[in-house]
Design a protein around this ligand. Structure first.
Ligand code: 5GP
Ligand code: ZN
Length: 137
């Protein structure tokens, strides 16, 4: 349990939350600032700060719990689709440093929009960056 971690407090039952699913290793609850109706968060019970730190086992469990939640929502909320989102690092919008997957049910004409407009890339630039990731030369 990390000191002053709001999500650890939710796991411990020391902070209120609208729980929607849980198992031995994970807890799922409603986000207090929903992007769309039904927006929920899935977390491991064991604290880890982010994607770079979480164990393979807890990542697997959390991902499977997120899919279970999409199935529950599919039957109950009947959305048109889902986005599963993870923010890793403050620069990537992470604000709570206890790993979580956002499960965001999507509806036709809901207000959520991509914050960027993807544009046709320069193939040479893409190849150059791919080389850096692979560690070429
Ligand atoms: P992040 O930006 O780190 O990916 O997302 C953190 C999410 O946690 C935000 O969507 C925010 O609304 C949600 N959140 C922050 N504090 C609380 C809280 O105390 N309870 C609940 N249920 N959600 C929270
Ligand atoms: Zn925590």
């Amino acid at each position: 349990v990390a000191d002053a971690c709001i999500f650890c407090a939710i796991v411990a039952g020391d902070a209120p939350a609208q729980l929607v699913d849980s198992d031995e290793h994970t807890v799922s609850f409603m986000d207090i600032n929903p992007f769309t109706p039904g927006h929920a968060l899935v977390i491991p019970r064991t604290h880890s700060a982010d994607l770079t730190e979480i164990s393979d086992e807890d990542l697997q469990r959390t991902t499977i719990a997120a899919r279970r939640l999409t199935r529950k929502m599919a039957e109950t909320l009947e959305p048109a689709g889902f986005n599963i989102l993870n923010a890793c690092g403050a620069a990537a919008w992470q604000t709570v440093f206890h790993f979580h997957l956002h499960v965001i049910p999507r509806y036709e004409d809901d207000p959520m929009r991509l914050p960027v407009i993807p544009r046709g890339g320069d193939p040479d630039e893409i190849a150059r960056i791919a080389g850096r990731i692979r560690g070429d030369e």
